[in-house]
Design a protein around this ligand. Sequence first.
Ligand SMILES: *Cc1c(COP(=O)(O)O)cnc(C)c1O
Length: 410
Amino acid sequence: MLLDHLNAKLEAIAAKSMTRVLRVAETGTAPHQQVRGVDGQSRELLMFCSNDYLGLAAHPAVAEAYIAGVRRYGTGSGASHLISGHSAAHDAIEKALAEFVSPEIPHARALYFCTGYMANLAVVTALGDAGADIFSEELNHASLIDGTRLAKAEVKRFAHRDVAGLRALLAASTARIKLIVTDAVFSMDGDIAPLDELLALAEAFDAWLIVDDAHGFGVLGPQGRGSLARFGLRSERLILVGTLGKAAAVAGAFVAAHPTVIEYLIQAARPYIFTTAAPPAVAHALLTSLALIRTEEGEARRAQLQRLQAQLRAGLDALTSEYPQLGWQLASSDTPVQPLIIGDNAATMRLAARLEREGLRVSGIRPPTVAPGTARLRITLCGSHTAADIDRLLQALRAAAQDFAAELAA
Ligand SMILES: *Cc1c(COP(=O)(O)O)cnc(C)c1O
């Protein structure tokens, strides 16, 4: 019966030490957060695992705009966008986002989605219909992969950052529609796709480039316009997915592209059509969050991120060269996602648990999320961390390295 079947599966997950556990946050997203642990005890943790990269989730102006949005529009949208759920706030944030990314995508139109997961599913399934070829990066986010599984198109995977491999696949394709699909910043590694080379291939082979910039939007490039802007790209062949629950600190996502692409998504994308529109207040709050991202406030927070990143990398660099016997490796990343590769699953989880006992929360990431033998601490930074916060993390890691090295020697 079902329950026996599920219990057996749960036991198999536990046997591999792969059980995931929910934690309960008792205060808002911020570097210092009150969290109820697995043992039921509540304690304050210094967090290095949220994607609130600019620290805007705790910004009073965004909160005020959220409240104002509720006062004006009420709590829910009441229906899907095409019925009666599309509010003036949704319309305004779509226009603001389109204008914001227009240096990269000429004449862009933008479409708001409830989540990034749905936006990715929508773009890949609606554009990847029968007769199309989808060229998909192997380290793409699960939502893009799920999109390719649902799409009627033929799917060809290319290896991580393998431009030559992609070129060969494109050259061999006879499909009328060709879609290259990639994350911009890879979420478990923090490295950036060679978007300039991918776009050059798209131009050369009459393909389109779909870029998921979940971790770059708000953080990278001039005004935080994201990874496309960081590379200085500009093309009508770009289809950008940006998420709005990470650096933008509220919720949802957008697709920005040529107006014809967007018009087609409105007509055909099922994750757009068959769901209730997000509360208008969410879109209203995003107007303020976007204004902060693109002006001095965002600039200052991005500058702070750069300082923290340099401080963390210098510290981890010193640590990994001091204890080469541990085999720890600092990933090459120029983004707020800074993985420390430990290698062994058990060692990674032991390290994460030890940090948590010391009041620091960093997520340990194991296969199959990452390749076997590359289990890691995924350290994420936030513009409202301080230099002292980074020091505390470095000191805790140093003490752990000392103990791990002593164990090895014993
Ligand atoms: C978080 C994330 C998504 C999903 O966005 P949500 O708004 O959280 O659903 C999509 N792609 C990448 C790369 C992500 O990191």
